[in-house]
Structures are given as structure tokens and as C-alpha cells.
Design a binder for this molecule. Structure first.
Ligand code: ADP
Length: 450
């Protein structure tokens, strides 16, 4: 059964059901036929004559035949007066012999068609006049509806089975036709490396159109994320290659020339700085990868963002550039459900950027407040600011407006990570900046309901 396609299974099912129903109907019809009490013709003719005799009425010297059934249940009824004149009805065409009337019960006559007929007479005395009621029936007549139904059932039911099987097959093959397209597209994508292939069925309400639509959306996302992955790998390699190149060049120089002790010192300094940069880069890449792959477990706990900001600011003041002032405005506790380690990283990143891109002797302010159910964290500096066209790009991986400005310490990954962390908490990260005047970075995450 496993290798039979759904199409054929459905057709098979239709057929089996129809065959079962037909068989049941046929068995039922045949049982009915056997059990149905069909009166033999001898009894039928007597019965009808009696019935018609009872229905005869003589009223004010006139016969009323309106209730008489002149032909019914195979019986021909005739009514004669005592002189043998026909008053109503007609016998079967094959019986032309005029038999004398007799009260002696059932008689047999042979018709011109060679068939045997039963004749039954009954005299009736009404209002002083005598009438004869004569019934005639073909001895072969067997009155039964089943005589019609049984052959009809035999003829129609097998036809019905064939029609329903064909219909089932047709409907299922038409419905599954688009499915073939889905399968072909999915197979060619999974088999080859053409991620740009799509099923391309028109969007519609039918199950298969919806499935195809969902597949296409999935392929879109797959293609995008695959491209992003490729881009990320290539960017990361590129970023790592720069320090490696510098280190190798420095080693080359030291080997080729006859360096003095001072040259050595300087060379080692360069190598160390480049290695530190690589280490920073690798560290951040690891963080990001863990964050995105979900391998880094987040510990969401109830915490006070104001208290967290205060602790981070205290530490950051120790490493603030000389002359730069760091102030905190977080008067009220703001409860959040957050991963404290990740939120600390957000604060550290934003403050480090504010120091790095702030002006000498400038002012960096951190504020924490509650606003419409959100916990809002803002880090403001009065430094170089960011041009409007750069403001969206700074959130991209490895994007740096001016790498020289970061003193070789920037990786272009900090803000990307800030936004990822904000999103992980169900929040956002935005920037508001004017070149030459400074920038405000704002992170919003849902505040804990009080
Ligand atoms: P980086 O390691 O280079 O600081 P980020 O992702 O933290 O990487 O920042 C990306 C870029 O955004 C930076 O290179 C810098 O050009 C710009 N930027 C970040 N913060 C500020 C700020 N406070 N003022 C001006 N420019 C900023």
C-alpha cells in the first residue's frame, strides 16, 4: 500500500465504497424480491373482481362505475347485464372467445396469442337487476415493482461504480496536478543549488495554492538568509584578513631588515594591537553567532534597569577619556524582564561608542525612564554625529562610517549586536543624530507590568 500514490488510493477508496454500497443495495433488492408477497394471478383476478363488485353502485336506476378499476394489477374487468350486453370495461385483446357466464369459479381460456388466461365471473344482484362482473388475467402475469427494480439495479449499479471511480480519479488527478509542481520545485531546490527557483502557482485559497505560497515564502526566506550567511562569512574573512596581513607584513619587515631593539619593540606593539583587534572581532563574532543560533542561553529575570545603568556607568567612568563627563539620569527604578548580561553589553557598547565618537572634553549622558509600558534607555553624546544617509547603515554588520575614527578598535559589530539584543527582548534600537551636534541612541524594551 505504501508505494501507491494518494491519487490512486483515493480512487480505490471511492470504488470500494461504491462497490460495497451497490452490493448492499442489490442484496437488499433481491431479498425484498424474494420476500415480497406477490399474489398469484389466480388469486389476483378473484380479488379484483370482488373489489370491483363491491365498488359497483346502482343509484336511481343508473349504474355508477366511477369507483370501478377496469384495468388494475394485471386484471381486465368487464361488466355485462344479464342479457350479455357489455356495460363497461374491456377484456384483453387476445381473448376474443365469448364465454358464457358462470358462477362456478375460476376457468381457463387460451388466448389468440397462445397464452393461458384465467377468467372469473361473479353475478351481482342490485336493485332487482343482475349484472355480471368478469375478470380476466394472463396466467403469466406477475405483478411486482421488484420486476422493474431488480433488472434496473443490475443495469445501473455497476455503471454507477464505474462512473464514481472515474470521477474520483479525475478529481484527484486534477487536484494533485499542481502538487506535482510543488514536488518538482522542492526537489530541484533540495537537489541542486538553485535557491532562486520558485513554484510560482498563483496565490489562491485552495490548500495546494496556499501550500505552494507558503513554500515560496519559505524559499524567499531561505534564499535571503543563505545570502546573508554567505555575505557574513565573506565580510568576516575580509575583516580578519586585514590584521593578519598587517601582522605578516610586520614579521616580514622584522626578518628582512636588521631591526634595532627599538624597531623590535615597535613591531611587537603593532603585532599585539592587530592580534587584539582579531581577538575582539572573534569574540564578537562568537557572541553574535551564539545569539543568532540560540546556543547562548538567555536568562530572563526581573531586574531594575536604572540600577543596572548605575553600575555600568560607575565602571565606565573609570575608563572614560580624560575630560569627558559621564552623567546618569535614572531617578526611578524601572523594572524589566531581561537578561542582565546582555543588557550590560548594550550599555557598554553604547557608552563606549559615545566616548569613541564624542568630542574631547564632551558630555555623555545616560537616561533610564518608563514610558507607556516601555523601559527606555538613552545614551546621548555631543560628538561628531552621523549623517542621515548613514543612520540606517550603522546597524549593519561590519559597517563603519570611518574606521580610522575608532582608532583601529572598532569592528562594526557593536550596534548590530545592540539591535539584536533589543529585538531578543521584544524591543527596538534607534538612533537620532545630527552631524556635528551629537547622537542619541535609544533602546526600548517592554517594562515589567507593575
Ligand atoms: P564600531 O566598532 O565601529 O564602533 P559599531 O557597530 O558600534 O561599530 O558602530 C558602527 C558605526 O556607527 C561606527 O563605525 C561609527 O561610524 C558609527 N557610530 C556608532 N556610534 C556612534 C556615535 N555615538 N556617534 C557617531 N557615530 C557613531
Amino acid at each position: 500500500m505504501r508505494h501507491i500514490s494518494i491519487k490512486w488510493r483515493m480512487t480505490l477508496w471511492f470504488t470500494v465504497v461504491m462497490v460495497t454500497i451497490s452490493a448492499l443495495v442489490l442484496v437488499f433488492v433481491m431479498l425484498m424480491n424474494r420476500n415480497s408477497v406477490t399474489r398469484p394471478p389466480e388469486a389476483q383476478v378473484v380479488y379484483m373482481v370482488q373489489r370491483n363488485a363491491d365498488d359497483l353502485e346502482f343509484d336511481h336506476g343508473n349504474w355508477d362505475f366511477s369507483d370501478v378499476e377496469f384495468y388494475g394489477h394485471g386484471v381486465y374487468t368487464e361488466i355485462y347485464d344479464e342479457d350479455g350486453r357489455l356495460l363497461g370495461g374491456a377484456g384483453p385483446a387476445a381473448v376474443t372467445e365469448q364465454m358464457p357466464f358462470s358462477d362456478e369459479g375460476l376457468r381457463t381460456v387460451t388466448g389468440s396469442d397462445g397464452g393461458r388466461y384465467y377468467v372469473y365471473d361473479r353475478a351481482l344482484n342490485v336493485g332487482g337487476a343482475t349484472v355480471w362482473v368478469r375478470g380476466t388475467i394472463d396466467s403469466a402475469a406477475r405483478e411486482s415493482v421488484m420486476d422493474v427494480i431488480v433488472p434496473l439495479a443490475w443495469a445501473l449499479l455497476p455503471g454507477l461504480v464505474v462512473v464514481s471511480a472515474l470521477g474520483g480519479w479525475l478529481i484527484s488527478s486534477l487536484s494533485f496536478k499542481p502538487m506535482e509542481k510543488v514536488i518538482a520545485a522542492a526537489e530541484s531546490i533540495s537537489g541542486g543549488d538553485d535557491l532562486s527557483k520558485r513554484i510560482g502557482l498563483p496565490r489562491g485559497k485552495s490548500e495546494i495554492n496556499r501550500l505552494a505560497g507558503a513554500f515560496d515564502d519559505m524559499f524567499d526566506r531561505l534564499e535571503r538568509s543563505f545570502k546573508a550567511e554567505t555575505q557574513f562569512t565573506s565580510d568576516a574573512s575580509h575583516e580578519l584578513r586585514t590584521p593578519v596581513t598587517v601582522i605578516l607584513a610586520e614579521c616580514d619587515t622584522l626578518e628582512r631588515t636588521r631591526p634595532t631593539a627599538e624597531d623590535y619593540q615597535e613591531g611587537v606593539g603593532v603585532i599585539r594591537r592587530q592580534a587584539q583587534q582579531m581577538s575582539r572581532l572573534i569574540g564578537q563574532l562568537l557572541h553574535i553567532t551564539r545569539l543568532e543560533q540560540g546556543t547562548q542561553k538567555t536568562y530572563m529575570e526581573r531586574a531594575d534597569l536604572s540600577a543596572l545603568a548605575e553600575a555600568v556607568c560607575e565602571q565606565q567612568r573609570l575608563i572614560a577619556p580624560a575630560g569627558t563627563e559621564l552623567t546618569l539620569d535614572a531617578p526611578d527604578p524601572v523594572e524589566v524582564q531581561a537578561d542582565v548580561l546582555l543588557m550590560t553589553r548594550v550599555l557598554n557598547n553604547l557608552i563606549a561608542n559615545a566616548f569613541r565618537y564624542g568630542k574631547d572634553g564632551g558630555h555623555v549622558s545616560v537616561t533610564v525612564r518608563r514610558e507607556n509600558g516601555w523601559a527606555v534607555l538613552a545614551v546621548r553624546d555631543d560628538g561628531i554625529g552621523i549623517a542621515p544617509e548613514q543612520q540606517e547603515r550603522i546597524w549593519q554588520r561590519f559597517y563603519q562610517v570611518d574606521s580610522a575614527r575608532s582608532g583601529g578598535e572598532g569592528t562594526g559589530l557593536g550596534l548590530y549586536m545592540v539591535r539584536q539584543i533589543a529585538r531578543l527582548h521584544g524591543g527596538t534600537a534607534e538612533v537620532d543624530s545630527a552631524p556635528g551636534q551629537g547622537s542619541t541612541f535609544t533602546v526600548r524594551i517592554p517594562a515589567h507590568r507593575k
